[in-house]
Design a protein around this ligand. Sequence first.
Ligand code: B12
Ligand code: SF4
Length: 459
Amino acid sequence: MDILLSHGYFLELDPIEKKVMRPYPPLGLLYLSAWLKRAGRDVRVFDSTFALPEQLIDTLRETRPRVLGLYANLMTRPRIVNLMARARELGIPVIVGGPDASGNAEQYLTSGATVVVRGEGEVTLTELLDRWTGEIPPTDVAGTSVRIGDAITHAPDRALIPSLEGHPWPDREAIALEPYLNAWRTHHGYGSVSLITARGCPYSCRWCSRAVYGDSHRRRPVDDVIAEIEFIQKRYAPEKLWFVDDVFTIHKGWITEFARKMKAKGIRIPFECISRAERIDDAVAQALVDLGCFRVWIGSESGSQKILDAMDRRVKVETVQAATHMIRARGIEVGFFIMVGYEGEEDQDIVATVDHIRKSEPDIVLTTTSYPIRGTNYAKDVGDRAVNTKPWAIASDRETIIRGRRSQRYYLAARAWIENDAEAHRMWRAGQRLPALKRGLKSLVARVTMRLREGERVA
Ligand code: B12
Ligand code: SF4
């Protein structure tokens, strides 16, 4: 075997993801598998989602691939570092790729990787495998960083694939998709399959990690996406789909053509997607209805224009409110992502966020406390006030603390206030008066806690 591809997302060992239970396969690895197979390579995927690390090690021992390829994001980093060490013990070199590896090449190399593939993986990995014929990997394959002994060499970046036309579909047949569908059906009552219609996002939100695709944006041809959906329907028969695009409705011409052609073919399958408020107007909202969209997630982030501008979100608070009403009026749910703790945020900005959510009336609100991902503009803004509490290899960027910022307990209370207030208002609107009052009480307690902790700062 030329390469075994795998990742560090082990559901059984991840209490948060296990509770959420909304698993999707790692599309990046499946794209690599499809590309390598087309190039005639002997490739296998060990999908760790429903497995345990020991099973991956056993597979390595039994199959002895020439190289192990791992996908890394900031959450799975500690497991990846551990797997790299285990593979090295077996004498199997490791190539790491994905968003965390792209932004932390040196650290991965000094923690056990032989090669890091930065950015888009297909062409780089194919060339690397073609040219890595002996013990020592080549050091001049564009898009790679290589460690030989103690020497680290960074080859220049590789240009992105110019067009996604003719790009093979993700190799879903390389893994078992049934456990995903079963997990969804058991926990949510329906099976869901993910797919992607475009790569990259041209926006520049300061906290967003764009280590893989930069600010590029390439769309797949509409007909190719429809053909993939037809295949998915026939092969896996999921009840729903998730388009994992960064901004699904970014291109009005594309989405309206997609809706028109899907309608002509009589395909309408419920799906959810992520978008931006100002990328949704009447025509786009109608296209979403025609396509069967049941939920749009909007990165609303804050109800304070000052904070949205500081984030470089390039959207007005009022636009988010108007888009939310426009979508909900058509019977599509709206979910909000809200972030607290951003640079410059004061108590009145969080008050503005609560007010904004009340005015917008979304169906779901999910909150996070901001954390600087290495390589982002936000990380540069925070500078050396960002401190890692644990060594790099066993921490994720989410554990970074920011000196001078309000305490973690303050932000937990702020998030509880925002979520409970949103839920109390939603329940009240739905006529669930008693549960609404209970939620209202929780939100009040959270608000009082915020007030009490307002003076706490991270030392
Ligand atoms: C779908 C998705 C999820 C799904 C995961 C499904 C899955 N199993 O992959 C869910 C919802 C579970 C999820 C969760 C999280 N996610 Co997420 N997610 C995405 C999203 C939107 C799409 C991923 C995708 O399919 N991309 C398309 C494929 C084709 O691209 P790719 O994966 O990057 O793969 C290419 C290259 O990276 C490279 N490559 C990848 N692997 C390898 C391996 C080798 C060996 C090589 C050579 C190359 C290589 O080649 C591939 C093909 O070109 C991305 C954003 C994005 N646009 O990528 C965020 C993203 C990956 N997620 C992110 C984050 C932060 C999270 C969470 C931490 C969020 C949270 N707050 O909880 C959690 C972590 C969960 C966990 N425990 O791992 C960040 C990661 C940032 C970072 N630097 O690590 C991203 C980049 C979003 C962002 N812009 O901030 N996520
Ligand atoms: S947060 Fe969304 S819109 Fe902003 S840069 Fe990232 S992917 Fe693009």
